[in-house]
Design a protein around this ligand. Structure first.
Ligand code: ADP
Length: 386
């Protein structure tokens, strides 16, 4: 790398080095942060991207280092133009995140405020903390008018893997963070203001309870999917009455289906099959929960049980948003979610993959028909001899 009088070239550093690092921070001569990538906003949990810039935060405020250590770091940087070492980032609740850091003094030719470039690589932390969008991009790449070399070198299969990872990371981290942020926020408010009117406090407690339940459900889905995809999973089969499964799903979701017409039709006589009751219930519940979630006010959701020559058929039919043709083959993939611009619909894209896996383990089939803005029908086909 070119180094002139202990200065490095800003763009060259970014192009040659930053692809191997997770977090990028650029400061001015005083150490005040001027530029950074999403990784930092995620670590600081800053909703507003410009918050860090507006507050004129100094880089040493982010790390748990003795004052002298930081002075040492900057004096090294000034003398040699370069520093390399280990450093711990401190989260607000004192959790430390270990990074390896490489820092460079740059020439100010690109922008005179950009004086030090810090590149951080995570040492030991789960992938989940990474911002998927940053895996392929450089600091505000768009603003700088430069491109990341590694970005275009991916083969199709790697891209597919990346997509899976990105889908996973973006939906899971969002679905874990959002409820947690509101649980912490409302609990802090309750604690800090003992005078809060009773009704408001009760409302906050309700939010905390609901968000905690949602968090628990997300975590359960994550655990279920990893269980189901392990080969050794054994079903606990007993004789199960299909009518009961449908009625249970109906009773469970009735309280939340207040804005739609929600009905359940079962057979007059019991229909017994051999199945894992809890798992099959879960598979049906997921379909019902989706049908309600994706059906706007005044729409209809019907749970129905009928038989054909070869199968008992459990049908969950809705008049909701429907599924675009291009997505229909992928909705059963793990972590796949249909993009619905402008709609904030919660989920991590696991429900259908869990349902499909449960049905596969039973040798049952699932079929779907759907039309955008008309609705969807999911059918579980259970061979009569099972
Ligand atoms: P999620 O938990 O995100 O809902 P699922 O695996 O249950 O994940 O579903 C995957 C995707 O399939 C969803 O993002 C949703 O857009 C689509 N989908 C599933 N069921 C329905 C339905 N009944 N109507 C419309 N879209 C649906």
């Amino acid at each position: 790398m070119n180094q002139k009088n202990n200065y490095f070239n800003f763009l060259q550093i970014l192009n040659n080095e930053s692809g191997n690092f997770d977090m990028i921070i650029v400061t001015n001569t005083e150490g005040t942060i001027e530029l950074y990538n999403n990784f930092l906003s995620q670590l600081c949990n800053s909703a507003n991207k410009d918050e860090i810039l507006l507050q004129k935060i100094k880089i040493n405020q982010l790390f748990k280092l003795e004052k002298e250590t930081f002075e040492q770091l900057f004096s090294n940087l000034d003398e040699l133009g370069y520093y390399e070492g280990d450093i711990n980032f401190t989260l607000s609740y004192n959790q430390l995140i270990p990074f390896f850091v490489k820092a460079f003094k740059v020439d100010g030719e690109f922008n005179e405020r950009y004086r030090y470039v810090f590149l951080f690589k995570l040492k030991e932390i789960s992938e989940i903390e990474r911002d998927p969008l940053e895996q392929k991009s450089i600091v505000k790449q768009k603003d700088l008018g430069i491109t990341n070399r590694s970005g275009n070198e991916l083969t199709t299969s790697i891209e597919e893997l990346e997509r899976l990872k990105e889908d996973f990371l973006s939906s899971v981290s969002h679905e874990l963070r959002t409820p947690l942020a509101s649980i912490i926020g409302f609990a802090e408010t309750l604690k800090s203001d003992p005078e809060l009117p009773k009704e408001l406090a009760a409302e906050f407690l309700d939010i905390i309870l609901n968000e905690s339940k949602r968090l628990a459900a997300t975590i359960n889905d994550l655990l279920d999917v990893s269980q189901l995809y392990k080969d050794e999973l054994k079903l606990q089969k007993t004789n199960v009455n299909l009518n009961d499964l449908l009625l249970k799903a109906y009773e469970q979701y009735k309280p939340i289906a207040t804005e739609i017409e929600f009905t359940c039709k079962v057979r007059e006589k019991p229909i017994f099959i051999h199945a894992d009751e809890n798992k099959l219930q879960q598979a049906i519940n997921n379909l019902v929960s989706n049908a309600i979630k994706f059906t706007p006010e005044e729409g209809k959701v019907l749970i129905n049980l009928y038989e054909s020559e070869l199968y008992y058929v459990i049908e969950v039919k809705d008049t909701g948003l429907g599924i675009p043709k291009k997505d229909i083959d992928k909705i059963f993939d793990r972590f796949y979610r249909v993009e619905r611009p402008g709609l904030e619909i919660r989920g991590i894209g696991l429900g259908l993959s869990i349902t499909k896996k449960i049905l596969e383990l039973h040798n049952f089939k699932i079929e779907v028909e759907s039309e955008e803005n008309k609705g969807s029908t999911f059918k579980i086909l259970i061979p009569k001899e099972s």
